[in-house]
Design a protein around this ligand. Structure first.
Ligand code: PRX
Length: 633
């Protein structure tokens, strides 16, 4: 990461003749120019080409109430119809939709026919539990097939899923259940990860003690350890699926294109995480189009997105995207290094994966184990690679390209966000690549880099990354907080979407993402808010005040460093620091555990009482503290 951007931009990897020969879009410049002239027309064309509709739209883009854009207004649809139902009629019926492998090696596969059966049965179960169109259902599970099945079942009946990542813990889960007011929760007894059991049901029980509106808990049996089942509230998934209420003939509820499909909590600038809302119509168009063009998916491909379904990457590119395209997706339950550091490479070899998509932190982590591990596996099935979640440092890019892709496979470094629903800045297989650059705006999108005053900066200069055109997969609002939607994303520069990232654009029009400019910290690609981690720290009896910052970390990209002011009567010690780390882990989840905890006598604050994290960060890095005229001290 230490290399200078200007030194790197000349390093160019041109697509081979083989890649060009099979690219869905060989002339990306031509297509970009056409879509640029008429982006609404471009999206309309893709909506017709890739998606079936129950009734047509009256308008492709309705921008009469900006920034509450609407797409395909008046159209009737359901993403599950396009992801499953329509494939049952033809050649895809017996094609594998999902291949799954558990951490201990067992395999389960689902054809489109079999997936439909499971989803329909579970959708009927949900209906019989009283779930109706528009109701929110929280899903908190490990990486088992029942997770996508539950998501699809919820969407099939027009309800709204709210998936909480299985790595989150009690307080994070409780807050998300409470905010969404879900009455039904779907979980597992436990999840296997790296040879250990994560006790999901126990965490659910704890979270529900903190007053949630949940009436029914459906529990998938996975780890088989003893769990508490509360009578009248908790039911086993396998019991319900064995009852006559689990009707395999559940109809798909056809909804309005703008009806909500899901909400997904993500960390923002201040306060509690907020739920981003995505809708059926535009989202399916955005996800199918981006996956088709960026990863060049072919009918015969096996696609592996190694993210967790609990994050947006998993929603768009494990669950919905591949199914919309009728592809075969692969999902793996466990950790990449369990039991050995070649587990992922072994899976690529075993299943003949053609396109593989992961995060820089995973690549950096696996790099540390050396080349011998991937080299003993046959990775020749791979055709394309992908990266997402944080900037990929050129050293990791080159390793991924050389050792995993054998210098044959282009790397798609896709930039996007929970809010954007689908890729926004990305290379295409036919585009020359620059290690560390996310390429260019996707078809129909226009990006820019603005200075503080809202004028574009010069090429090569750093500024705020903005998106200038609406796109179909864009979030529709923040659940229960439309003002915050307007304020956070559309107010700094009216009319353009503020991403929260800083970036540069080079002379060739390639974008280089630098990182977040708000109070979001990306730890191993996971998005966490300083406010959430701080409130977890302050919930410990010894802590009066806390501030956290992100500092560079070799594998995680960024790691959390906490500064803690203790209450009277408590004294800082290595044991207390350890206890606080554990406490954050228990409240939020292991990913939020601070790397280290420093005890301080005061925190730098503005006169109005706002903690100046920037000053803490500069001090930690031994840099100048910059403008501290507003500092209270
Ligand atoms: O900072 C950017 C970073 O991840 C943020 C979005 O996080 P999240 O909503 O959790 O979604 C992650 C998966 C889409 C962005 O604001 N980010 C995402 N992709 C990249 C990236 N930074 C650099 N390069 C990327 N390819």
């Amino acid at each position: 990461m230490a290399e200078n951007v200007s030194e790197r931009i000349e390093e160019l990897y041109r697509p081979s003749a083989e890649v060009m020969a099979q690219a869905h879009v060989a002339d990306w410049e031509g297509m970009a120019a056409r879509a640029g002239k008429d982006f609404v027309g471009f999206w309309e064309e893709k909506a017709r080409e890739l998606i079936d509709w129950h009734s047509p739209w009256t308008k492709v883009l309705d921008d009469s109430n900006k920034p509450f854009y609407k797409w395909f207004t008046g159209a009737r649809t359901n993403i599950v119809y396009n992801a499953i139902d329509r494939h049952l009629k033809g050649a895809y019926r017996n094609k594998l939709a999902l291949i799954w492998e558990g951490e201990s090696g067992e395999t389960r596969t689902f054809s489109y026919h079999a997936l439909n059966r499971e989803v329909s049965k579970f959708a009927s179960v949900l209906k019989s539990l009283g779930v109706k169109k528009g109701d929110r259902v929280t899903i908190y599970m490990g990486r088992v097939p029942e997770l996508p099945i539950a998501m699809l079942a919820v969407a099939k009946i027009g309800a709204v899923h709210s998936v909480v990542y299985g790595g989150f813990s009690t307080e994070a889960l409780h807050g998300r259940i409470d905010d969404s007011q879900s009455r039904v929760l779907i979980t597992c007894d436990g999840a296997f990860l790296a040879g250990k059991i994560i006790e999901l049901k126990r965490i659910v029980d704890e979270a529900l003690k903190r007053s949630a509106a949940v009436e029914h808990v459906v529990v998938v049996k996975r780890t088989c350890q003893e769990v508490m089942m509360e009578q009248g509230r908790d039911m086993w998934y396998h019991d319900l699926m064995g009852l006559p209420i689990a009707d395999p003939k559940c109809p798909t509820e056809i909804v309005d294109a703008e009806d909500p499909l899901y909400m997904l909590y993500t960390s923002g600038t201040t306060g509690k995480p907020k739920a981003i809302v995505h809708s059926h119509g535009g989202y399916q168009v955005g996800v199918a189009t981006t996956l088709k063009y960026v990863f060049d998916l072919k009918d015969e491909d096996r696609w592996w997105c190694a993210a967790d379904p609990g994050w947006v990457t998993g929603h768009s590119y494990i669950v919905y995207g591949p199914l919309l395209l009728g592809a075969t997706g692969f999902m793996y339950e466990g950790a990449p290094t369990y039991p050995y550091p070649d587990r992922w490479w072994q899976l690529i070899e075993k299943y003949g994966i053609n396109v593989f998509y992961t995060a820089p932190t995973a690549i950096r982590g696996l790099m540390r184990w050396g080349e011998a591990w991937p080299n003993r596996r046959d990775l020749s099935s791979l055709r394309l690679l992908g990266s997402v979640g944080e900037p990929i440092n050129p050293e990791a890019w080159r390793w991924y390209h050389r050792v995993i892709g054998k210098e044959r496979c282009p790397i798609m470094d896709t930039w996007w966000q929970t809010e954007t629903g689908a890729f926004q800045i990305t290379p295409l297989p036919s585009m020359p690549l620059k290690p560390g650059s996310g390429g260019r705006p996707f078809f129909g999108q226009e990006a820019d880099i603005y200075g503080e005053d809202g004028t574009p900066v010069k090429d090569g200069e750093e500024g705020f990354l903005v998106l200038k055109r609406p796109w179909p997969a864009m979030m529709r609002t923040i659940y229960n907080d439309p003002d915050r939607y307007v304020q956070q994303y559309w107010s700094k520069y009216p009319g353009v979407y503020l991403t929260g990232d800083s970036a540069k654009r080079d002379k060739d029009g390639y974008y280089w993402i630098i990182g977040r400019v708000d109070d979001v910290i990306k730890v191993s690609g996971y998005r966490l808010g300083t406010a959430e981690v701080e409130s977890a720290l302050v919930s410990h009896p010894s802590v009066a005040e806390a501030a956290v910052i992100g500092l560079a970390h070799e594998v995680k990209g960024t790691a959390i460093h906490a500064y803690v002011l203790l209450r009277q009567g408590f004294e800082g010690s290595p044991a207390l620091a350890e206890e606080l780390k554990k406490h954050v882990g228990a409240e939020m989840g292991p990913i939020a555990k601070p790397e280290d905890v420093s005890f301080v006598a005061s925190l730098p604050k503005t006169r109005s009482g706002k903690i100046m994290r920037r000053v803490l960060k500069a001090r930690a890095q031994g840099l100048s503290e910059g403008d501290i005229s507003t500092l209270e001290e």
